[in-house]
Design a protein around this ligand. Structure first.
Ligand code: SAH
Ligand code: SF4
Length: 394
């Protein structure tokens, strides 16, 4: 942080005094350009704007400060000016559950009284935060709890970045001024694998990830962020170019007939179309491997023939196959494959030269495992007609 204190200039003293109509603007989730525009529109002199953006950015995202009064390298008047017009707001934590295995699940309340879940998964050498991109989901994957819930709305960039900030608050991960720098990262990785389809909320997800990746703030490298998509093919190249993070794809089946049933977006963009988009991703995003997620459903997609077909399909794509034992939820229509079956499946893939880790379910006792998230207050189910329309791809 720079120690220089900005002089109180005439410009600051003549800043407009009146706060804007309609409440204060949240600065969280704005890109640097948007932050600059917001400051200038409020009356910050143009020629100071770049410096102010740098200072405020560092306070919010490096130090985790939520109160303008603590921004001690800004003139007092300017701090008061900011506090009248802006806020630094993150979602409110409604409940926090901690699993026997240390996994933490946060239920967060956002504007409109809606709720989303965020899950923190500590591991020995790293910690992964699984964040949501939508309240509910428009898609209807038949094995996914979120898929039974209507899409309520897209999360804003502020609400997406806010999930990372809330987790850092809870874990006490913001640096302490004056204390020696702690290099251990509690939230070392972020995965967009919570509720919702991130590529159907493209701009907000992109802007939020830009904030999270910014080197003067939370500073997570793009190689520590993984976006999981069910296969929104037209947005995959765009994700490579505009976000550049790692990609995971919910593959889950090796024939269109089965994938149509499991991941209905397959009716719009089938396996061949999806694979074509995936083949281009590593080059466009300058990243390494794509993660193929494959949920293990007993008797549905878990045969040796499936494993062999999978290997053939992904030939030529740098890949890792993440096998996810199915996590049950109340009323779920599938069973988890037996352990021996999962291991035999993994073995075929491994022998073909691909890493094939089996994902250990985490936080099952608090319904925090993959595909179990669903907000407690949004129990409204999709109508039959809606599910059928989605399955038709209309
Ligand atoms: N909408 C995105 C990201 C969220 S889901 C997507 O579909 O990729 C994160 C992962 O969990 C996806 O691979 C999803 O298919 C998987 N999943 C969903 N429900 C599950 C369940 N009940 N058990 C195991 N994995 C599940
Ligand atoms: Fe939506 Fe992903 Fe669940 Fe499918 S698996 S319903 S895309 S959240």
């Amino acid at each position: 942080m720079t120690e220089a204190t900005a002089p109180i200039t005439q410009d600051v003293l003549t800043l407009p005094r009146k706060p804007p109509e309609g409440g204060r603007t949240n600065l969280v989730g704005l890109t640097r350009d948007q932050l600059r525009d917001a400051l200038v529109a409020a009356g910050t002199p143009e020629r100071q704007a770049k410096m102010r953006v740098g200072q405020i950015w560092q306070w919010i995202y490096h130090w985790g400060v939520r109160d303008f009064a603590q921004m001690t390298n800004l003139a007092k008047d300017y701090r008061a000016f900011l506090a009248e017009r802006f806020e630094i707001a993150v979602p409110e934590v409604v409940t926090r559950q901690v699993s026997d295995d240390g996994t933490r699940k946060y239920l967060l309340r956002i504007a409109g009284g809606h709720e989303v879940e965020t899950v923190y998964i500590p591991e020995e050498t790293r910690g992964t935060l699984c964040i949501s991109s939508q309240v509910g989901c428009t898609l209807t994957c038949s094995f996914c709890h979120t898929g039974t819930q209507k899409l309520v709305r897209n999360l804003t960039a502020a609400e997406i970045v806010g999930q990372v900030m809330v987790a850092r608050d809870d874990l006490g991960e913001w640096p302490v001024q004056g204390a020696p720098k702690d290099e251990t990262r509690l939230v070392s990785n972020v995965v967009l694998m919570g509720m919702g389809e991130p590529l159907y909320n493209f701009e907000n997800v992109r802007d939020a990830m830009k904030v999270v990746m910014d080197g003067e703030g939370i500073s997570l490298s793009r190689r520590r962020i993984t976006l999981s998509t069910s296969g929104v093919v037209p947005e995959i190249a765009r994700a490579a170019e505009e976000i550049g993070c790692l990609l995971a794809v919910s593959f889950h089946a090796t024939t269109d007939e089965v994938r149509d049933r499991l991941v209905p977006i397959n009716k719009r963009w089938n396996i061949a179309a999806l694979l074509a988009a995936l083949r281009d991703y590593p080059r466009l995003s300058n990243s390494e491997r794509i993660t193929f997620e494959y949920v293990m459903l007993k008797g549905v997609n878990d045969s040796d023939a499936d494993a062999r077909r999978l290997v053939r399909l992904i030939q030529g794509i740098p890949a890792k196959i993440n096998l996810i034992p199915f996590n049950e939820w109340p009323g779920s229509p599938y069973e988890r494959s037996d352990w021996e079956r999962i291991e035999a499946f993994a073995d075929i893939i491994y022998k073909a030269g691909y890493a094939s880790p089996i994902r250990t379910p985490r936080g099952e006792d608090i319904m925090a495992a993959c595909g179990q998230l669903k907000s407690a207050t949004e129990r409204e189910r999709k109508s039959r007609a809606q599910i059928e329309a989605e399955a038709r791809g209309s």
